[in-house]
Design a protein around this ligand. Structure first.
Ligand code: TYC
Length: 102
């Protein structure tokens, strides 16, 4: 049976050592060549957005240069970036999708 002091020092060690896992934003970047309709489809297909939400984000990227598609743990963000980039290249579009730690 641990004493109160022992329990407190274990809790203190955990408080100072354990960090929550980092989160990453997945971003789409604007370019002059990828068709708007293709970007809308990408947002629906890979990020589960409605047509309306996809259109909003696509227009934001088109006007402002960058937009957030979602926030994910590292592995999930990396997979989204790979899938979107692969899909864009299959269709010969230069669409850029990147991840950035929050
Ligand atoms: N700027 C592109 C065009 O005018 C559309 C576009 C939007 C491209 C978002 C990329 O991430 C992007 N066809």
């Amino acid at each position: 049976m641990a004493t109160r002091k022992q329990s407190e020092s274990v809790l203190e060690a955990e408080r100072t050592k354990t960090k929550p896992p980092p989160l990453f934003k997945v971003l789409l970047l604007n370019d002059d060549y990828t068709p708007m309709e293709f970007v809308v489809v990408v947002l629906q297909k890979f990020f589960g957005m409605s047509r309306e939400q996809s259109t909003r984000i696509m227009l934001k990227v088109h006007r402002e240069g960058v937009g957030v598609c979602g926030v994910f743990p590292r592995d999930m963000a990396a997979t989204k970036v790979e899938l979107v980039t692969g899909y864009a290249r299959e269709h010969q579009h230069p669409l850029a999708c990147v991840m950035e730690e929050i």
